[in-house]
Design a protein around this ligand. Structure first.
Ligand code: 9WN
Length: 445
């Protein structure tokens, strides 16, 4: 078995690649969860844990369930699943912004341990279902029984507290909630957030000590990130005050995950003897709302909606392709997304000559090295590949799969990859890259 040619120090055959992925996951395991990266992200992150559980199910199924269980132990009383669960054993300064900035324990309904107050895309029900399919009995079914009410509460929080516009979609209140923090998609709403880069003089950024500052968000970005956190925190992370919040966006990926979660919950409900019906109804409504509010017939893709400004945001990023993960996406939109995916902007093909970028590679603001503004990430490719399979494009899905396996074979389990050369960037031992390559390797196409 030979993988794609090695670029810089990646393993040369698929057996070695699988071993590297397992070793990476083992090295990042921390008592009841997996850290995304020992250096850059040493705590537990929400959507990372979901992707990681999918990979763990192949090799350490018991850990897959512990991973999800530990995350949901930090769920707030209102159902929100925090995007960071802080490990109390780590020193202050292990990550910025740390517990002293979030002050979650002052908020109503927060757990005893420190967390952030934000959420991330709800990919956990899908992850739990996939983990169960890989590792069904007997632990899997018991774990689904345990997780189901928490997964339902997570969805209820989003539906009841975050539908700010009242039209069936979830609003994210911070770019960090999208998971694609520094995407050009957020440039316009971020520009409207009042902040001065100089405030960062009062803080020590942790990321730029471990990663190239030229790849990371700027100080002005960080000043705005902190201003948005402060606005939310100072209202006790209560969502009833959101009408005045400085950042309110309906994100296509977040809402596609929200809909995919209802599809997954319908299947989980059927497995554990609960009623799948309400989940199916909600899934249909979410897909309809997504098409109604975020599909732009002029561009043939999905665009985020700036709820404060009342308009769609123009950047054509990879976020727009992700509604493909919805099995009930109508043919008109699914076909349009396949055209968008195959275009020079994203280059998805049965034989891909370059990785799937995070931003339109023909755009003037495409940056091949900067965070979420061009480089390639495995979790996004993994989602898009699932969408291509769901909508009857196995040859494109196979091309994307080969491209992703080739990236890790070429460079190792990096956090992200150069969108032209495939060189490894960011953290060199990244959790979800290891997990998702295991999942890709286990599939035939
Ligand atoms: C902020 C952990 C997380 C991922 C996000 C990624 C990055 C954090 C950061 O790392 O975000 O949450 O400090 O930049 O953008 O998707 O979950 O891997």
């Amino acid at each position: 078995m030979t993988a794609a040619p090695t670029r810089t120090g990646g393993p040369t055959d698929l057996g070695a690649l699988r071993q590297l992925a397992v070793t990476t996951l083992d090295a990042n395991w921390e008592h009841d969860h997996t850290v995304p990266s020992r250096t850059l992200y040493p705590h537990q992150w929400s959507w990372d844990s979901a992707f990681i559980a999918v990979g763990l199910a192949h090799v350490r199924p018991e850990r897959a369930w512990r991973e999800l269980a530990s995350l949901f132990r930090a769920q707030w009383a209102d159902g929100r699943v925090p995007h960071i669960v802080f490990n109390p054993a780590l020193s202050v300064g292990a990550y910025f912004p740390g517990p002293e900035l979030w002050r979650s324990t002052d908020a109503q309904g927060a757990p005893a341990g420190h967390t952030s107050g934000l959420v991330q895309p709800p990919v956990h029900a899908l992850a739990a279902l996939l983990a169960y399919r890989r590792a069904p009995e007997p632990v899997g079914l018991a774990a689904l029984h345990e997780l189901y009410p928490a997964l339902v509460a997570q969805q209820r929080y989003l539906a009841d507290r975050r539908d700010v516009a009242g039209d069936g979609l979830v609003c994210i209140v911070h770019p960090w909630e999208s998971g694609l923090d520094n995407s050009p998609a957020w440039d316009d709403p971020m520009a409207a957030v009042p902040a001065e880069a100089a405030v960062m003089r009062a803080y020590r950024r942790h990321d730029t000590a471990h990663a190239d500052a030229a790849h990371r968000p700027t100080d002005l970005d960080y000043a705005r990130y902190l201003a948005i956190v402060a606005a939310y925190r100072d209202h006790g992370y209560a969502d009833r005050a959101l009408a005045d919040h400085p950042f309110l966006v309906e994100c296509p990926l977040f809402n596609a995950a929200f809909g995919a979660a209802e599809h997954a919950l319908a299947e989980i409900a059927a497995l554990i003897g609960a009623d799948p019906g309400p989940h199916r109804v909600r899934a249909t409504r979410i897909t309809e709302a997504l098409v109604r509010r975020l599909y732009d017939p002029a561009t043939g893709t999905f665009q985020p909606r700036d709820v404060r400004a009342g308009r769609l945001l123009g950047a054509r990023t990879v976020l727009g392709l992700t509604p493909l993960i919805l099995p009930d996406l109508p043919t008109t939109q699914a076909d349009a997304l396949v055209v968008e995916a195959r275009s020079a902007r994203f280059g998805v093909a049965a034989r891909m000559d370059r990785p799937l970028p995070s931003h339109d590679r023909t755009a003037p603001d495409f940056e091949p090295l900067r965070y979420w503004r061009g480089p390639s990430w495995l979790n996004i490719g993994w989602l898009v590949r699932r969408g291509l399979l769901a909508h009857g494009h196995p040859e494109l899905a196979a091309g994307l799969r080969r491209s992703m396996i080739g990236l890790v074979a070429g460079a190792g389990c990096h956090e992200y990859f150069h969108p032209d050369s495939g060189a490894g960037l960011g953290s060199a031992a990244f959790g979800w890259t290891a997990a998702l390559v295991l999942d890709l390797l286990a599939d035939e196409v």
